[in-house]
Ligand binder design. Structure first.
Ligand code: PLP
Length: 468
């Protein structure tokens, strides 16, 4: 029988080698292609079909990571990763995850990780203060905003129909999103059994924001048909264009009809840390819940998503079940986070939030956020100066939506070529039937030089993808 045991000296040696490699990688990330030159199946072909019978040395596994896995990764922590919403995993966040792995902490009950439970409370209170939100908001960390919105919808249902917990859900409860709301809200509604026919997509205006008058009309129409409006999802920083929907006007409607208001600020909420941008959360005090992803734009590594709610008791009722084996003597005095979500076992995510908030401080974080906003404005000016291109949506934050003035096909080919070059990685969306390229800033390593170089790459690529 062979039971490989990793002794602390082996661990030290391997940890140093890993740390040295990571440090070197962070120093010269730009030297690597942001998008790998691989085809589907390429990586699988290089890996054995079955796991080894006998344990292998860490060095060998690490070498295979460097030789096989790393070259097949899209580098999300690359300064020229501009796709979706650009993210960062700065050293402070990496180190915290390293420690968290070593502790293997499971933050289900206070008792299973007292410090991790209390650090979650403290860091979410710090973040609440940075955002200028009141103490009425209780916070909990989930993996992603998709999980968070599912819990918000479950709480919204619980608020209106607590008896569904026992009897099961009946059709008719309706969810309101805009045409531009991230589809995680619809997915959550599907999963919870609201039914597709009970998800209303409210049209947006010319700046891609939900139109409150049409929301009001849809709600009245539904009430007249015997449906029950249950939850409105408003976005502060929608996915395609980062549009800011009119939360105060939407909150008026929600209050008038007694509907749960959920605000999805997964990406752009972080900007509210900058005092001049605090206004983007105006009206959020009246929302029932709010989501913000530190793993999107707050320079915390994936995954880390916060749900704030003014109604933790309702959230708790919607998902908690007690079990004899999980009861503890201190239940009345503590927060047991497992009571506020589907998961029993929970990762120690607050550690990286704590590391990052302390490593940068509020001022350092404001500088980082402002840098991304300035870089978006820089790219916007460069695009506006080139008559072949046009800006496709307002640029309130760090996302620029633009297109070549020619066909959708040309824009598609342009994006494919830029990404295949490995020199920058961008994504796309469709706006009013037009294929639009999205360039999102948010990586702590991105410089103005990267912006200029990427713009040159886009212009030059456009020249040769154009039909002759
Ligand atoms: N909400 C918005 C506005 C988003 O842009 C996204 C993802 O990009 C999500 C929600 C879903 O985020 P997650 O991947 O954390 O579920």
């Amino acid at each position: 029988m062979s039971l490989p045991h990793i002794f602390s000296d082996d661990f030290r040696r391997a940890a140093r080698a890993h740390a040295d490699w990571i440090a070197e990688y962070l120093d010269c990330t730009r030297d690597y292609p942001v998008f790998p030159a691989v085809q589907p199946g390429d990586i699988k072909r290089l890996l054995p079909a079955s796991a080894p019978e006998r344990g292998e040395p860490l060095e060998k596994i690490f070498n295979d990571f460097k030789d096989i896995i790393f070259p097949g990764l899209t580098l999300w922590n690359h300064p020229r990763f501009f796709a979706y919403f650009a993210t960062s995993t700065p050293p402070a966040s990496i180190l915290a995850d390293f420690l968290s792995a070593a502790m293997n902490a499971n933050v289900m009950l206070w008792r299973t990780s007292p410090a991790a439970t209390e650090l979650e409370q403290v860091t979410l209170s710090w973040l609440r203060q940075w955002l200028g939100l009141s103490e009425n908001f209780f916070g909990i960390l989930y993996d992603t905003a998709s999980t968070g919105v599912m819990h918000a919808l479950a709480a919204a249902r619980e608020m209106l129909h607590p008896e569904y917990r026992t009897e099961g859900m009946r059709p008719g409860l309706t969810i309101y999103v805009s045409e531009q709301t991230h589809n995680s809200s619809e997915k959550a509604a599907l999963l919870l059994g609201f039914g597709r026919n009970h998800i209303r997509r409210i049209p947006v205006d010319s700046e891609f924001r939900m139109q409150p008058a049409l929301l009001q009309a849809a709600i009245e129409d539904d009430i007249a048909q015997g449906k029950t409006p249950c939850c409105i999802v408003a976005s502060v920083g929608s996915t395609s264009t980062s549009a800011i929907e009119p939360v105060p006007a939407i909150a008026d409607i929600a209050e008038r009809h007694g509907i749960w208001l959920h605000v999805d600020a997964a990406y752009a909420g972080s900007a509210a840390v900058i005092p001049e941008y605090r206004h983007i959360l105006d009206g959020v005090e009246r929302a029932h819940s709010l989501i913000l992803n530190p793993h999107k734009w707050l320079n915390v590594g994936f995954d880390c998503s916060v749900l704030y709610t003014r109604f933790p008791d309702i959230l708790r009722r919607s998902v908690s079940l007690s079990a004899d084996y999980l009861k503890t003597p201190e239940d009345d005095q503590v927060v047991n986070y497992m009571d506020y979500g589907l998961q029993l076992g929970r990762r120690f995510r607050s550690l990286k939030l704590w590391y990052v908030m302390r490593a940068y401080g509020r001022e350092g974080m404001i500088d980082l956020l402002q840098k991304s906003i300035d870089q978006a404005q820089l790219l916007k000016r460069l695009i506006e100066a080139d008559p072949s291109f046009e800006i496709a949506a307002p640029v309130p934050f760090s996302l620029v939506c633009f297109r070549h003035r020619q066909s959708n096909e040309l824009n598609q080919r342009l994006l494919a070529e830029i990404n295949a070059s490995g020199k920058a990685f961008l994504s796309h969306t469709m706006l009013n039937g037009q294929f639009v390229i999205r360039c999102a800033f948010g990586n702590y390593l991105t410089t103005d030089h990267d912006v200029h170089d990427t713009w040159k790459l886009i212009q030059q690529t456009a020249l040769h993808v154009q039909p002759h």
